[in-house]
Ligand binder design. Sequence first.
Ligand SMILES: CC(C)(COP(=O)(O)OP(=O)(O)OC[C@H]1O[C@@H](n2cnc3c(N)ncnc32)[C@H](O)[C@@H]1OP(=O)(O)O)[C@@H](O)C(=O)NCCC(=O)NCCS
Length: 144
Amino acid sequence: MLRTFFKSDVPHVLRIEQMVNVVPWTEETFMQCFRAGYVGWVMEVDKKVIGFIIIAMQGQECHILNVGVARDHQRQGIGRTLLEQVLSHAKKEGISIAYLEVRRSNSKAISLYRNMSFRPVGERKDYYPTVAGHEDALVFAKSL
Ligand SMILES: CC(C)(COP(=O)(O)OP(=O)(O)OC[C@H]1O[C@@H](n2cnc3c(N)ncnc32)[C@H](O)[C@@H]1OP(=O)(O)O)[C@@H](O)C(=O)NCCC(=O)NCCS
């Protein structure tokens, strides 16, 4: 079941984030998103959160801030479903473009975005921390 991401989901989402991200967001980062009024959705199976997405909408733009799917539920279409939800919500809200950053090395996510007709529009040098230093971000966008 796809539903709104509530504050009370943060501990469960954090477990996924720590499982799948090289340099995971902290609890405080998720809480800041709520304070900033950002919105998100989670995918729940048997009352267990197995995926999440969080976005910021401003003006004509939707910025996809984070998305993750628990490792043992990956490659089952959940990432795509979460993104489709965001795109349809943003479109209803009159947003004209969705964009996101992704680590240059993150081939799974890049493949997902390309597969959903996001197109590369730029790069941000040394945008992400890594265990050993920094890594570039690729910026992808999709017109709605
Ligand atoms: C990226 C991520 C969210 C994808 O979620 P998912 O539920 O596994 O993705 P889906 O099953 O919906 O896959 C949709 C498409 O993505 C691409 N894809 C997903 N996993 C892939 C993999 N392991 N290898 C290659 N392509 C992959 C494929 O194009 C796939 O379509 P297909 O199955 O028809 O070939 C998931 O791998 C994840 O949580 N990764 C760690 C966190 C992360 O990198 N987040 C993105 C930050 S920018």
